[in-house]
Design a protein around this ligand. Structure first.
Ligand SMILES: [Zn+2]
Length: 159
């Protein structure tokens, strides 16, 4: 089975870069030199600490119809970046960082949770998806707890 990491939509990043407000919340976004590795939720690359500027805003990763929002703080590069587009697998630049993996069912209930810090991120997510109840996995930072990105089973584009 292959997995696909899904980064923050570019339309959301564009709104933040343009308005310097949190889409849907209106809280002001703010820029600062990176004090942590992040990652940037749009390109899914770690920030270069003390070198790159990052923009902080409020975001809920649960955006589909009928979902209960779960807003929290997220960061993107202050300078426009390209959205993450690795065709499959766990983002290679993020394997070095520990993660909490929350597996959700179709009713937005968390039905599985794992922690990983030994580089076995992808294998662990594949194992979680062996349970058909798990529809998607939300990846969070192991220490800060903030939402990083969502993972789904990869669907064949020609299928
Ligand atoms: Zn970025």
């Amino acid at each position: 089975m292959e997995i696909q990491a899904i980064a923050l939509p570019t339309e959301v990043a564009e709104r933040v870069w343009k308005t310097m407000n949190s889409p849907g919340y209106g809280h002001p976004a703010s820029n600062a030199l990176a004090k942590g590795h992040g990652p940037c939720r749009h390109c899914l690359r770690p920030f270069r600490i003390g070198e790159e500027e990052r923009t902080l805003f409020t975001y809920s990763p649960f955006r589909e119809n009928g979902m209960i929002p779960l807003p929290g703080p997220v960061f993107i590069h202050t300078e426009r970046c390209e959205r993450f587009q690795q065709p499959s697998g766990y983002p290679v630049e993020l394997v070095a960082y520990g993660a909490v993996l929350d597996g959700y069912d179709g009713d937005q209930r968390m039905v599985a949770q794992r922690k990983v810090a030994d580089g076995g991120h992808e294998a662990m997510i594949v194992e979680m998806f062996e349970d058909v109840a798990v529809r998607y996995v939300m990846v969070r930072d192991l220490k800060a707890g903030c939402f990083d990105f969502r993972v789904e089973r990869k669907v064949d584009s020609d299928g």
